[in-house]
Design a protein around this ligand. Structure first.
Ligand code: 2NL
Length: 344
C-alpha cells in the first residue's frame, strides 16, 4: 500500500508539471494516463486488491488524480490552439506549400513611365529630374513666356501665396532649362515627373498629371531627327502597325511647332468614337527649340540647334489600356488597380 501511495504521488507531480511541446506530446500524455490501457484504467482496476476499509479513500485519491489528468489534458489542448503559427492546434506541416504572398500590382502610370524611359534609353537618352516647386524663371521666363504672356493664362497655375515667385511647375520643361543652364553639350535627356495645373477636375482633366518631356541639343539637329525619333518611339510603344502624322501648331518655346497624331489603336484608322471618326488621335506636342531659349540658357544658337517634345503619361496610358476616365488614376480603387497585375 505504501508503494502504491508513493507511485500515485509521483504520477501527480508528473501530471501537474505537464506542458505539451506539441500535438504529439499531448496525445502521448492522453494515451499514458487517460487511454483505455492507460495508468488510470490500471489503477482503478487495482481497486479490488485494496483492503475494503481503505477502498473509499483510495477511490477518492484516484478520482482526484483522474480529474487532474483531464484538466491538464484540456489545458494543454487550449495552449496548443492559442499558439501562433500552428493552425487549429496541429503541429506545423513544413512540407505544405507556403501561403501565397499577395503581391500588389504596379500602378499603370508607373508601368507606362518605365516603358517610355526604357524606349528612349535604348537610343541614348538619359533621365533628368528637378524640383516640383519652381521659380518663375525656370517655369516661365526662360521658356519665352514673360509676364503678361498670354501663354501664362493658357495654363492656369498654382502660385505659392507667401512667395509669389514660386509656382508648382506646370511642365517638366523647367528641368530641361536647368540642364541647359549647366552648359554641358550635347544634351540628350528625358524628364519624367509630376506637374500641376489649376484645372477643374473631370474625366479628361486633373489638377496634377504626369509628363515626359524630351530634349536633344547638338550641332546639326534637324526636324528630320525629331520626326524619326518620335516615329521610333511610337513603333516601340504602340506597335509596328502604327502610323504617325504631324500637324503644325504653336508653343512659345519651339519654332516651328507641331502636334503628333497616331493612327487610332481601336479602329486602326477606319474611324470610331475614340478617334471621333477621324482615324487619328493626338499624343504629343513637339518642335525645334526656339533660338531665344538657347540664348536664355547661355547656349550659342548659331552653332547649336535642338528639338523638344512633351507628352502626358496619363494620355498615353489611357490610349494603351483603353481607360476612359482620368480620375481613376488617383482614386486608388483596388478594383481598378488589380487589373494591372501582370501587365507590362
Ligand atoms: C504638350 C506640349 C511640349 C516642349 C513641350 C520644350 C522644352 C524646352 C524647350 C523647348 Cl526646355 N520645348 N518642351 C516643346 C513642345 C511641346 O509639350 O502638349 N505637352 C503635354
Amino acid at each position: 500500500m505504501e508503494d502504491i501511495t508513493q507511485q500515485i504521488a509521483a504520477y501527480k507531480t508528473e501530471i501537474a508539471a505537464f506542458r505539451p511541446s506539441g500535438e504529439a506530446a499531448l496525445e502521448a500524455f492522453r494515451v499514458r494516463f487517460l487511454g483505455s490501457k492507460g495508468i488510470l484504467k490500471e489503477l482503478f482496476a487495482g481497486m479490488k486488491t485494496v483492503a475494503p476499509e481503505q477502498r473509499k479513500d483510495f477511490g477518492l485519491v484516484l478520482n482526484e488524480l483522474k480529474q487532474l489528468a483531464e484538466e491538464q489534458y484540456h489545458n494543454g489542448r487550449e495552449q496548443l490552439q492559442d499558439r501562433p503559427g500552428e493552425s487549429g492546434g496541429r503541429e506545423a506541416d513544413h512540407t505544405l506549400p507556403a501561403e501565397p504572398q499577395r503581391l500588389g500590382a504596379r500602378h499603370p502610370i508607373s508601368l507606362v513611365r518605365s516603358r517610355i524611359i526604357s524606349i528612349f534609353e535604348k537610343i541614348g537618352f538619359s533621365i533628368a529630374e528637378g524640383p516640383e516647386i519652381e521659380d518663375d524663371w525656370h517655369n516661365f521666363s526662360a521658356l519665352n513666356m514673360p509676364e503678361n504672356h498670354p501663354a501664362r493664362d493658357m495654363q492656369d497655375t498654382f502660385y505659392v501665396a507667401k512667395a509669389p515667385d514660386w509656382v508648382l511647375r506646370t511642365h517638366t520643361s523647367s528641368v530641361q532649362v536647368r540642364v541647359m543652364e549647366q552648359g554641358k553639350l550635347p544634351i540628350r535627356i528625358i524628364c519624367p515627373g509630376r506637374v500641376f495645373r489649376n484645372e477643374t477636375i473631370s474625366a479628361r482633366a486633373h489638377c496634377f498629371f504626369h509628363q515626359v518631356e524630351g530634349l536633344y541639343i547638338d550641332e546639326n539637329v534637324s526636324f528630320a531627327d525629331l520626326k524619326q525619333t518620335l516615329y521610333y518611339f511610337v513603333q516601340e510603344m504602340f506597335g509596328e502597325e502604327s502610323r504617325v502624322r504631324f500637324r503644325p501648331s504653336y508653343f512659345p518655346f519651339t519654332e516651328p511647332s507641331a502636334e503628333m497624331d497616331i493612327s487610332c489603336l481601336i479602329c486602326g484608322g477606319k474611324g470610331c468614337s475614340v478617334c471621333k471618326q477621324t482615324g487619328w488621335v493626338e499624343i504629343l506636342g513637339c518642335g525645334m527649340v526656339h533660338p531665344r531659349l538657347l540664348e536664355n540658357c547661355g547656349i550659342d544658337s548659331r552653332r547649336y540647334t535642338g528639338f523638344a517634345f512633351g507628352m502626358g503619361i496619363e494620355r498615353i496610358t489611357m490610349l494603351k489600356y483603353q481607360i476612359r476616365d482620368l480620375r481613376l488614376f488617383s482614386e486608388n480603387d483596388v478594383r481598378f488597380l488589380k487589373q494591372f497585375e501582370g501587365a507590362v
